[in-house]
Design a protein around this ligand. Structure first.
Ligand code: HAM
Length: 440
């Protein structure tokens, strides 16, 4: 027996259906906003993430799966997709003046060597978007509204948009100096992480979760007092536009996010269920004005994006009953009563499938009773029984498992027979009707 690697999980059967549903829904919304799909490699040069996500981030310092390949190149399993997507946009020269903005969406696995806990995995899946190339506060608003709309379509109500402006580089340099002065006076009594953050990226002290540190953070200088006029104006436009779109938000001046590439607007959507359970952040994102340049693109190009954790969404939706029943029933179950009829059974099953009936066939050679039991277990609408008489007369017995009636049907007429039965079925049931009846 082999165990799962710590921090990984299988996504199988109905759970996999849920993931597909979530991903397809998110993709549809992104396409509705005219985003195009990007599939970038899972492995990238380690330096890409050091440059973008940042040397001072927890991700780069402690959480990356980094190894040397046989050519002694330092390779990293992507901890997120933004860096790879921007690299791809730059490499493929998609930022020509006439082609911007580049609107990319993506889905796929990411890897972070984190301490596994509720909802945190070492391999997890993200869906996200990046809008690159245009400088406008309304692009940020558009990205936020895409995220909001996508979560709404999935069934989330009472979402809380938490937003902050961390300013441009000039704003942040001023603010960091003030913060270093302030926290320098309190550092002795603060946690070990904060002492480290003080040297690496003092902004990160603002989201320390230790209660006594939070008291100190409460009285710290606020970013809003150190924003340049340009950043301030930009943020005002974003807020006003969100008001106009009816997207409620809360400003959290301590929201700094854990990746180093952000500037100006950063945001997260938090969710509290109808039962009052606080699930925290479902997703996060923000604006970046130096990232494209950092990765080798033109210096004036900015962007904005966000990513959603599929695991997070799936577990909250399951918990909060936001999934619709997934229909796993089939139309036909073909039951050869002797192993020598299995060839004929496969032939019939194939014909049914080609004519739009979702069909399975018993090749396990159980008796009639066992096969009927299996038909019910599969929630099949019809059981098609192939016995000695049927083989002789080129017929098949069609048993309607909904009303327990059965008829012998000539094999040449099986499709038209089932089509007719489907048309007659006007009971308003939510049976799976095959494609001929799609107008219903
Ligand atoms: P992030 O906040 O690091 O941002 O990750 C986005 C989402 O991925 C989180 O809100 C969470 O749902 C999910 N996530 C992160 N780590 C884990 C984990 N260990 N297990 C399960 N789910 C996890 C980014 O990755 C940025 N690239 C977002 C972005 C795109 N910013 C601009 N563009």
């Amino acid at each position: 027996m082999f165990n799962l690697v710590k921090g990984t999980h299988d996504v199988i059967l109905t759970e996999a259906d849920k993931y597909s549903y979530i991903e397809q829904t998110l993709i549809q919304v992104a396409e509705f906003f005219n985003y195009k799909e990007f599939r970038t490699p899972i492995i990238e040069q380690s330096e890409l993430f050091q440059r973008s996500v940042g040397d001072s981030s927890d991700i780069v310092r402690k959480e990356m799966y980094t190894f040397f390949d046989k050519g002694e190149r330092s390779i990293t399993l992507r901890p997120e997709l933004t860096a790879g997507v921007i690299r791809s946009i730059v490499n493929n020269k998609l930022l020509a003046l006439g082609d911007i903005p580049v609107k990319a969406y993506y889905v796929g696995p990411c890897f972070r060597y984190e301490r596994p806990q509720q909802g945190r995995y070492r391999q997890f899946n993200q869906f996200g978007v990046e809008c690159v190339g245009v400088v406008s506060p309304y692009r940020d608003v558009e990205v936020i509204s895409l995220c909001y709309f996508a979560l709404k379509v999935l069934g989330f109500e009472n979402l809380k948009l938490v937003i902050n402006c961390i300013g441009d580089e000039e704003s942040r340099t001023n603010y960091k100096n003030v913060l270093r002065d302030y926290f320098g006076k309190h550092l002795d009594s603060m946690c070990a992480d904060c002492k480290e953050r003080y040297n690496l990226n003092v902004l990160r002290i603002l989201d320390c979760k230790v209660p006594t540190d939070q008291e100190i953070v409460k009285n710290a200088p606020k970013i809003e007092d150190y924003l340049t006029d340009k950043s301030k104006e930009n943020f005002e436009k974003v807020k006003k536009s969100l008001d106009e779109l009816g997207i409620e938000y809360e400003i959290d001046t301590n929201l700094v996010r854990g990746l180093d590439y952000y500037s100006d607007v950063v945001f997260e959507f938090h969710y509290t269920s109808s039962k009052g359970l606080d699930y925290g952040a479902l997703c996060g994102g923000g604006h970046y004005n130096k990232l494209v340049q950092e990765i080798g693109g033109p210096h004036e190009v900015e962007g904005c994006g966000f990513a959603i954790g599929i695991e997070r969404i799936a577990s909250v939706m399951s918990d909060d009953n936001l999934f619709n029943e997934i229909d796993e029933s089939i139309d036909c179950y073909v039951m050869p009563l002797d192993v020598t009829y299995q060839g004929k059974a496969i032939e019939i099953a194939t014909a049914l499938r080609l004519n739009g009936f979702k069909t399975d066939v018993n090749l396990e050679g159980k008796g009639l009773k066992g096969m009927l039991k299996k038909a019910l277990k599969l929630s099949s609408k019809y059981a098609l029984i192939l016995g000695e008489d049927e083989i002789k007369t080129n017929t098949i017995v069609v048993k309607d498992l909904t009303n327990e009636t059965q008829e012998s049907v000539n094999l040449a007429e099986i499709i038209s027979y089932l089509d007719r039965k489907e048309d007659e079925c006007s009971c308003g049931c939510d049976h799976h009707h095959h494609h001929h009846n799609d107008e219903e």
